[in-house]
Design a protein around this ligand. Structure first.
Ligand code: 26Q
Length: 822
């Protein structure tokens, strides 16, 4: 049975076979003869989980004994995907588990497919949180992830007649083998009610909040195991329960529905993830979610601290709390309430502790995505927190006016209260004010933060903003999703890269080695065949693995410009049809991604992609030269198949709008060539990969800002570009929507008008750059050389590096080796 060593042991196949059988028999109550594949999946997860637990306990005990500083990563979203392969791989158990299951005639690959994909997040921000949890475990940074245990994660997407249909997601339907419910770890969360001032002789007045409504937050813990099982951290997700599940008074007097109202209302808080990633919901339920998980996490942090220390004075020495965007920003006010009202700490001291404890990551500059809450709503739901925000604001404004001499205009820009739009609380300002460090997620984004949203706060506190460029975990996004490539890499440079991903750089010298290159290309082809099979199964469409796989997968948004990509596709279609004799390079355009259910333009773009795909794929004139596919229900598991199968990675956002991007990194790490704008982390990828190995086009962020300021219009540009003009006309005249010819008139019209996303402005360069890629494809040796350079030079974009920088510069936590990184 389990020992303190989670790593492979002698005879591990025998041991694991027995352990899995034990789980099947005694935890699931099944024999091998009646076990379904689901039972094998559960039994395997439980057996692997046992291996993690010993080490989880050991990690926790070590951190407690050494009084190490802990990182608390507060995030509304953790987009973790499946955990079984991650756990098996990080424990080095891939072969023994595979063989153990094979003894029962069970295929591990099929078992893995049955695990639900935990989609407790929308996209980049949630996936980043998941990569960071894995990297913190792998680099031995003691950490807790705090979030919400949504009953329903991100919706399942189907395409019906070309349009997106949203269906509920139900990841917990068959139970969750990874989590531990901790009923004893539960906190009361208040809402509404009144604040009274209590005055006692000889003492400063105290404020007492008496909430009208109280809900219980119950912890569910999932262990997150790091590379080689060295360290295990905890992901703690909160679930809402009514304090009093049935109001027996009401029930007994015959009001059976009323008796359940309270529990319905409480449990609604953690029922579903908001599926919007780019504009504010503004709903009361959302604010309830934000406060619910913030308050529960902070109460937990404070309670745990006081178990070891007798005062909260040293909180910031022992805990670093990272706010993943503004979603947990109410934490700033809530921690102040806990320190001042509950623990009797004097205001200025409490503020010092709060600022030293918190830091905040910004993920967007889009004005429509910045969170603000109407004061009346905030006040009604969180009356004491609102008072505290006013008090923080008063201090901030006093300092700005008296010490820094800001004028009224500058004051209104830094204020936590927006007075211009019906008085709202600005969560970005609150998070900034309450933190000692504020970071952007790429070099460009961080500079733009200083010039735009936080311009005035930055002038007031010029030391506070710093950059922490995103990264992705190489375990999931290279080792697990592309094992054949890893085998090849290991043959070339040895196994060192598995422990230090920057050693991938040694692959650089193989870029000119024809035999290595051919093997590299053979792996890519096999990965493309695997994706082609998925496309065939799900869409009944044949795509030729020998064609260029040109892939854009990400949330659907105007600024990400899937529209630009599909217009270019239409233009290419026109060209192939009008000049069929030319030597066209075969291409498969792959799209996937979800639109926020209320985002009409994004849904139209999905519809257009599917309409274009239907027409092009049915046209014998272009068969084998051009195919378009939209793969439904993009999620982490699908990404794991897609990333290794791309030849071309589309990262074509309007410059200045994509904070970082992380898909761009996953693609390049797996040897795709990027076609992209100078936006987000693309800029740094260009620096690392080299200008010869990446395809950059389009306006810069500065040029976009200028064009907008100078009243740029699309129409004059369109007039000058026959390809764009023809493509746009065919879209707006119903060539792809014959039964509803006007369907895309307004979408296309937006380009003729102010062309806000610079699609017309960037079209010609995008087209030209795509044709350069076509040409390069004909010189496959050169293409493959570039692809190898991409993999070799992407090591820096590991989330281990990102976490190392956070640990060293912001958290001052983690092992000495990390704090000392240069
Ligand atoms: C806010 C208020 C109400 C409802 C929802 C939201 C909300 C939810 C999710 C707002 C934004 C998000 C997610 C944003 C996001 O994923 N941003 C991405 O973060 C990545 C990681 O830093 C970056 O790589 C991407 O560039 C950025 O778009």
């Amino acid at each position: 049975r389990a020992t303190n060593n989670p790593l492979p042991r002698a005879n591990d196949t025998d041991t694991l076979a027995l352990e899995i059988l034990e789980k099947l028999t005694y935890s699931l109550g099944k024999t091998t003869s009646v076990a379904r594949m689901h039972d094998w999946m559960d039994a395997t997860c439980l057996a692997v989980r046992d291996r993690i637990i010993d080490h989880w306990i050991a990690s926790t005990q070590k951190v407690t004994k050494e009084h190490s500083k802990r990182v608390c990563y507060l995030s509304m979203e953790f987009l973790i995907g499946r955990l079984l392969r991650d756990a098996i791989n990080n424990l080095g158990l891939s072969e023994p588990v595979k063989q153990a299951l094979a003894r029962y005639g069970v295929d591990l690959d099929l078992v893995e497919l049955l695990e639900p994909d935990a989609a407790l997040g929308n996209g980049g921000l949630g996936r980043l949180a998941a990569c960071f949890m894995e990297s913190m475990a792998s680099t031995e940074v003691p950490a807790f992830g705090y979030g919400i245990r949504y009953v329903h994660g991100f919706f399942r997407q189907e395409i019906a007649d070309g349009a997106q249909v949203e269906l509920p997601e139900d990841w917990l339907a068959h139970g969750n083998p990874w989590e531990f419910e901790r009923r004893e770890t539960a906190y009361e969360i208040g809402f509404g009610g009144k604040v009274t001032m209590v005055e006692e002789p000889g003492r400063p007045p105290r404020y007492v909040w008496r909430p009208a409504e109280r809900v219980l937050a119950v912890a569910f813990d999932t262990p997150i195991v790091g590379w080689r099982g060295k360290h295990v951290n905890t992901l703690r997700l909160w679930s809402a329960q009514a304090l009093d599940p049935i109001l027996l008074d009401a029930f007994n007097s015959g009001d059976h529905i009323g008796a359940l109202l309270e529990s319905n209302r409480a449990e609604a808080i953690t029922r579903v993830l908001y599926p919007a990633d780019s504009h504010q919901a503004g709903q009361e339920l959302r604010l309830r979610q934000e406060f619910f998980f913030s308050s529960a996490s902070l109460q937990d942090i404070v309670r745990r601290h006081l178990q070891t220390y007798d005062s909260l004075d040293n909180l910031a020495d022992k805990v670093a709390i990272q706010l993943n965007d503004t979603h947990p920003a109410v934490s700033v006010a809530e921690l102040m309430r806990l320190l001042v009202d509950i623990h009797g700490i004097e205001w200025d001291k409490a503020w010092e502790i709060t600022q030293a404890t918190f830091s905040y990551t910004n993920h967007t500059l889009l004005p429509e995505a910045l969170e603000t809450w109407p004061i009346h709503l905030f006040e009604r739901l969180l009356p004491r927190q609102m008072q505290i925000i006013y008090a923080i604001n008063a201090d901030l404004i006093r300092h700005a006016r008296l010490d820094k001499g800001l004028d009224d205009g500058q004051i209104s820009a830094v204020s936590l209260i927006d007075e211009n739009n019906g008085r709202r609380v600005r969560m970005g300002q609150l998070a900034f004010a309450g933190s000692h460090a504020v970071n952007g997620v790429s070099a460009l984004h961080t500079e733009l933060m200083k010039e735009t949203v936080f311009r005035d706060l930055h002038r007031l506190y010029p030391e506070r903003i710093e950059n922490k460029t995103n990264g992705v975990t190489p375990r999931r996004w290279l080792f697990e999703c592309n094992p054949d490539l890893c085998k090849l890499i290991e043959e070339a440079i040895g196994p060192g890269f598995r422990d230090n991903i920057e050693l991938l750089a040694e692959l650089d010298k193989f870029a000119d080695d024809a035999s290595f290159r051919d093997k590299f290309a053979a792996v890519k082809l096999a990965n493309k065949q695997r994706l082609a099979k998925v496309v065939e199964e799900r869409l009944a469409t044949y795509v030729d693995p020998k064609a260029i796989f040109d892939i854009q997968v990400k949330r659907i948004h105007e600024y990400k410009r899937q529209f630009l990509n599909i217009i270019e596709t239409v233009a290419l279609y026109d060209q192939i049809r009008s000049s069929p004799h030319l030597d066209w390079t075969p291409r498969v355009k792959v799209f996937a991604g979800k639109a926020a259910p209320s985002y009409q333009e994004a849904k139209q773009i999905i519809h257009l992609i599917n309409d274009v795909a239907r027409v092009i794929n049915a046209d014998p004139a272009v068969r084998n030269l051009l195919k378009v596919v939209f793969i439904p229900n993009y999620n982490v598991s699908l990404a794991e198949i897609i990333m290794p199968a791309a030849d071309v990675s589309e990262q074509i956002s309007t410059a200045g709008l994509e904070a970082s991007g992380t898909g761009n990194m996953k693609f390049a790490l797996n040897g795709a060539l990027t076609i992209g704008t100078l936006d987000g982390a693309n800029v740094e990828m260009l620096e690392h990969i080299g200008a010869d190995n990446i395809f950059i086009f389009g306006l810069t962020a500065e040029e976009v800002a200028n064009a907008r300021a100078n009243g740029h219009m699309g129409q004059p540009v369109i007039e000058r570009q026959p390809l764009l003009r023809a493509a746009l006309e065919s879209i707006e005249n119903g060539v792809f929507s014959e039964n509803d010819p006007g369907r895309y008139r307004s979408l296309a019209g937006s380009l003729r008008d102010r062309d806000w996303w610079m699609i017309a402005a960037d079209f010609q360069e995008y087209w030209n750059t795509q044709r350069r890629l076509d040409e390069l494809w004909l010189d496959r040796a050169k293409w493959n050389t570039m692809a190898v350079h991409n993999t070799a030079r992407m090591g820096w974009f590991s989330s281990d590096r990102s976490i190392g920088e956070y640990a060293r510069d912001i958290w001052k936590a983690g092992p000495k080796s990390i704090q000392a990184i240069s």
